[in-house]
Design a protein around this ligand. Structure first.
Ligand SMILES: Cc1ncc(COP(=O)(O)O)c(C=O)c1O
Length: 377
């Protein structure tokens, strides 16, 4: 099969770029003396995640139990489920640990810690947990100087059915940084929050084997990671327009695109209509607040080269409106009905989630593999 023969819309993954992106972050983090724990939530695909692991026994991060079960069934044992744990999920977590998974959860409250201890006792096994830290006010987590940190730590360590596995933080605010210097400063803050918290726990004689930080921007620009044991990142495998807008990658590094067909024109408006609406692209508008607003995606030709200033300016469920960027000349009219374009996504995780497989290419037109992916919880 060639890309030109595929039914549209479909998701295209450039394996050459994927491999290049993975190798680059491994080299960078190795230079800083830390391990990369790839996040499986972007690809949700064992083939991609295997490429991101340096060795067969490496650990990953997951964002859903469905991912945890799927990756475990494909041979990955060491996993951190990096979304604050909900009580209703504890039995499923215990079942996975009972099957042999080395699965840790994260939490930031005594309520979660107590429920964890209770359910782990009921299952007669140990569930390890990391304390989630808030390093940038982005979302959840314990602030490092809050006495709650050591209260949770002591509880997890002293209960028979829980274990204190370490601390974890995610500098989600890095997505809103306006400069590389700002990302570097946030990477310092992220490291400091994690290392100081680990030290506070250790001063009390509590263990803190894992000191985990990470987001794709901070992973790419951290200058010092001393005291950190691992970095988590997921988007870096595929990259996307948000990352390109931040200066974290080049547009040419984006490995993911949606293949779409032209299905019509509204010539008086200067629009090209495609069959890739929000069901294929997602509704993510992550570049809306960046210097260059990419609409719902940047439009490229079949080789992936951007077609000037063509972007997806509007979407409905199964239609995409392609037009020039506001204030730019009307798009090239050479895209007749049936012509195909590749649309680069704002947010790789969100666009990926709209699809159940990747059409894999190696930089060229030929589809070399089809990789399935999972969705849901
Ligand atoms: C807890 C956690 N760790 C790591 C990551 C990975 O960051 P990124 O998506 O920037 O690669 C995320 C992403 O949301 C996250 O929520």
């Amino acid at each position: 099969m060639r890309l030109s023969e595929l039914e549209t819309p479909c998701l295209v993954l450039d394996r050459e770029k994927l491999a290049r992106n993975i190798a680059a972050l491994h080299v960078r983090l190795r230079g800083l003396g830390v391990n990369l724990r790839p996040h499986g939530k972007t690809a949700k695909c064992i083939d991609a995640v295997r490429l991101a692991l340096e060795g067969p026994s490496g650990g990953i991060t997951v964002s859903t139990l469905k991912e945890a079960e799927y990756y475990f069934d494909h041979g990955i044992v060491d996993m951190i489920y990096a979304v604050g744990v909900a009580p209703v999920k504890l039995d499923r977590i215990a079942a996975l640990i009972g099957r042999g998974a080395h699965l840790s959860v994260i939490l930031d409250s005594m309520a979660q810690a107590r429920l964890l201890a209770e359910r782990a006792r009921a299952h007669d096994l140990v569930i390890p947990a990391l304390i989630e830290l808030d390093c940038d006010g982005h979302r959840s987590g314990v602030v490092p100087d809050d006495p709650l940190l050591t209260e949770i730590g002591r509880f997890l360590h002293t209960q028979k059915h829980t274990a204190l596995a370490g601390v974890l933080t995610h500098a989600g605010e890095s997505y809103n940084c306006r400069s590389i210097e700002a990302i570097q400063a946030l990477a310092d803050t992220e490291r400091e929050a994690a290392v100081k918290s680990a030290e506070a726990l250790r001063r009390l004689g509590l263990p803190c084997p894992i000191v985990s930080v990470g987001s794709t921007p901070t992973a790419n620009f951290a200058r010092d990671l001393s005291g950190v044991t691992e970095v988590r990142a997921g988007v870096f495998m595929f990259y996307d327009l948000v990352m390109a807008g931040l200066g974290v990658c080049a547009a040419d590094d984006i490995a993911l695109s949606v293949l779409a067909s032209v299905i019509g024109h509204q010539e008086r408006k200067g629009w090209i209509i495609t069959d890739a609406g929000w069901m294929a692209l997602s509704r993510d508008r992550g570049t809306a607040f960046q210097a260059i607003d990419q609409g719902y995606g940047l439009v490229g030709d079949m080789t992936g080269r951007p077609l000037g200033d063509l972007i997806v300016t509007g979407v409905s469920q199964e239609h995409g409106i392609v037009a020039g960027r506001a204030g730019k000349p009307t798009p090239a009219p050479s895209l007749e009905v049936g012509a195909k374009v590749r649309i680069f996504p704002n947010h790789a995780c969100a666009t990926g989630a709209m699809h159940d497989r990747y059409q894999v290419v190696d930089g060229e037109d030929k589809v070399v593999a089809v990789w399935s992916r999972i969705n849901g919880w």
